[in-house]
Design a protein around this ligand. Structure first.
Ligand code: FE2
Length: 283
């Protein structure tokens, strides 16, 4: 069973409500992480990118509003790093080493990802956090390759998975050690006790837009590096501002993340991510 690290069984949920995140070391085995990384590499190598290339960079949201991105909710789609292509539009490296992420329904459509996602320890954690009725709405395989892995600007996940009332909770799995050197996530304990700044939605007439909800700038004061070992699970409150720097190191930082929402919450049809809600399954 997964290690609760410094948290006791009694305080796991309370600790999450207090800090806005939880760090659970040894949540997945090294073998399970290796198996998931091998699967992602195989899927990447099988992906015929020509005609499907789509760049995903959170710092350039407006450029990502193409059909491929908007249709990725129900399938397995591949997104490239913005620096992956040369001036002629050709990949500088092989497909695998050029990818930023895979999304957004890989947890439902691929058997290896499905079993990693819906593991016995995930069901136990969901019960410990009282999230049995939370549905997995999206998944992302995050490559953060050596040298090319791009920045992820400070954001709140609830901006991208907006519900009324707020209910987005993320689970981020380190598939390799994440350190300051290879661009781990940064966040502030208690940082989730704040307002939601923006909402990323579909625009009437096509494309997407980021709607401003609150002008208050994010505070970086008190943010700490979430340095974790391979196999660690980080649980993230949807309101917790977090970010990661570009990976300029020689070490990759693969991770896999899923996001969940409360079945009882309202999920607006204008959200950027469209899924057939009746087919969503719990953790
Ligand atoms: Fe995030």
């Amino acid at each position: 069973m997964y290690s609760k690290g410094e948290y006791s069984i009694m305080t796991l949920r309370e600790r999450f409500l207090e800090d806005g995140f939880l760090i659970l070391p040894n949540f997945n085995t090294v073998e399970a992480c290796d198996q998931l990384m091998a699967r992602a590499e195989k899927l990447s190598n099988e992906f015929d990118y020509k005609g499907h290339a789509s760049i995903f960079q959170t710092s350039e949201q407006t450029k990502t509003s193409d059909e491929y991105f908007l249709n990725s909710g129900e399938n397995i789609s591949f997104f490239f790093e913005k620096d992956a292509f040369d001036e002629k539009g050709e990949l500088k490296n092989d497909v695998f080493h050029s990818l930023n992420k895979i999304g957004h329904a890989i947890h439902d459509l691929d058997e290896v990802f499905n079993s990693f996602t819906r593991s016995p320890q995930m069901k136990k954690l969901a019960a410990d956090l009282q999230l049995e009725d939370w549905l997995i709405i999206q998944s992302m395989y995050i490559f953060k390759h050596a040298k090319i892995g791009g920045v992820v600007d400070v954001h709140q996940d609830a901006s991208f998975l907006y519900t009324e009332p707020a209910s987005c909770i993320g689970f981020w799995f380190a598939l390799e050690d994440a350190t300051i050197e290879n661009a781990c996530m940064w966040a502030k304990p208690g940082g989730h006790k704040t307002s939601l700044r923006s909402r990323f939605k579909r625009k009437e007439g096509g494309g997407t837009e980021m709607i401003n909800l609150d002008d208050t700038p994010y505070s970086f004061e008190g943010m700490i590096p979430l340095e974790v070992k391979k196999g660690t699970c980080i649980v993230l409150d949807g309101y917790l501002p977090h970010y990661s720097k570009p990976n300029t190191s020689g070490k990759s930082r693969h991770a896999y993340a899923i996001h969940t929402i409360d079945r009882k919450a309202h999920y607006p049809a204008s959200n950027w991510l469209v899924r057939n809600m009746s087919t969503l399954m719990p953790i």
